[in-house]
Design a protein around this ligand. Structure first.
Ligand code: TYM
Length: 344
């Protein structure tokens, strides 16, 4: 009989965001906006995943300032540190330790299926770091270290969460003692809302991304009113008025993308947003979208600038989050080590 100490929680969410470059509307609508709602209902943990960031080269000073910026953006968007735990991943060493153990559970064949690695490594696979290849195992560690049950993310992370379930299930089969409940609950992805995959403003078939060389392809959370307005004005469209049905809309990637953004920002279904604009041209629709985007994002960027005036305070917030996160993580990792058979 192994004496385990970590609790089985009913519901807990974990999610993370990389401190690389500017956060954009995709990060906000696909992830952070949902986190802000969920924190009122479920025990919530959010992390600035700096260990993930270094899977591709980072400039040390830039990594530090990006960590501050992303923390400020998350708080400015409405994450309340009295309700949620917010910390940077590298400050809780248990993430790396559990990741190693899970590396010894995850199979190479499973990682070989990951489309995001293929996209990120591109043609130069042999040159990619081992860290980039093993990236989803570190994600598994992030999620399982807190025995999280739900993971709110954008659509692009779905495959990674499926892998996390495979890893958790394999760990359970290998190590849960007979007649005991499974050690890890299999976490479920929560892909919520009308903008789960926000696309580039320049090409409605490409994901909006921090790494797109064209800044005009995305609306950043730090953009000024003028920048937001110019980018949406110049966003690629087609020459037709907005259609009457969702089926027609889905065949028009740019129109679909802009309307999804509108419906997510205005908290209404895509269908409802479509009834507001069907038959109208983009010259009518775009100013409404600009107004809504500015109204939502401008207070966030103002608050971000305010918070960034005092990075010591941001460091304190992260330190506090680290202590709270470790309280949960330590007993889970201790149990994992016992189950694996380590003597310590
Ligand atoms: P990252 O930093 O690329 O993105 C952070 C969150 O933003 C979502 N997202 C989008 N949603 C909609 N449309 C888009 N164009 C768009 N671009 C990004 C992402 O889906 C994500 O939810 N691997 C993760 C970070 C991570 C993590 C975790 C997430 C590390 N450990 C554990 C959940 C649980 C990533 O690179 O996200």
């Amino acid at each position: 009989m192994i004496n385990l100490q970590s609790d089985h929680v009913k519901k807990r969410i974990f999610s993370g965001i990389q401190p690389t470059g500017n956060l954009h509307l995709g990060n906000y609508l696909g992830a952070i906006k949902n986190w802000v709602n969920l924190q009122n209902h479920i025990s919530s943990i959010f992390s600035i995943v700096d260990l993930h960031a270094i899977t591709v080269p980072q400039e040390p000073l830039k990594l530090k300032s990006s960590t501050h910026e992303v923390t400020a953006a998350i708080i400015a968007s409405g994450i309340d540190i009295n309700k949620s735990i917010l910390f940077n991943q590298s400050s809780v060493k248990e993430h790396s330790e559990l990741a190693w153990i899970l590396n010894c559970v995850c199979r190479i064949g499973w990682l070989n299926r990951m489309t995001q690695f293929k996209e990120k490594a591109g043609k130069h696979k042999e040159n990619a770091t081992v860290g980039l290849y093993g990236y989803p195992v570190l994600m598994a560690s992030d999620i399982l270290l807190y025995k999280s049950t739900h993971v709110p993310v954008g659509d692009d992370q779905k495959q990674h969460i499926e892998l996390v379930r495979d890893i958790a299930s394999s760990f359970n089969n290998m190590f849960t003692p007979q007649n005991e409940p499974d050690f890890f609950t299999l976490p479920e992805p929560q892909i919520i809302g009308e903008a789960t995959r926000v696309m580039s403003l320049r090409d409605g078939t490409k994901k909006m991304s921090k790494s797109d060389p064209s800044d005009a392809s995305r609306v950043n959370l730090t953009d000024t009113k003028e920048e937001i307005s110019n980018k949406i004005k110049k966003a690629k469209t087609d020459p037709f008025p907005l259609p009457d049905t969702l089926d027609e809309l889905k065949n028009r990637p740019e129109a679909y993308n802009l309307l999804s953004i509108y419906s997510s920002l205005s908290d209404q279904t895509l269908e409802k947003a479509l009834t507001e604009f069907s038959g109208k041209g983009f010259s009518h629709f775009k100013p409404k979208l600009i107004e809504l985007a500015v109204e939502t994002l401008n207070p966030i960027s103002c608050e971000m600038r305010n918070l960034l005036k005092n990075t010591n305070e941001i460091d304190k917030i992260l330190k506090d989050g680290e202590l709270k996160a470790r309280e949960i993580a330590e007993p889970v990792l201790k149990d994992v080590k016992k189950l694996v058979g380590f003597v310590n």
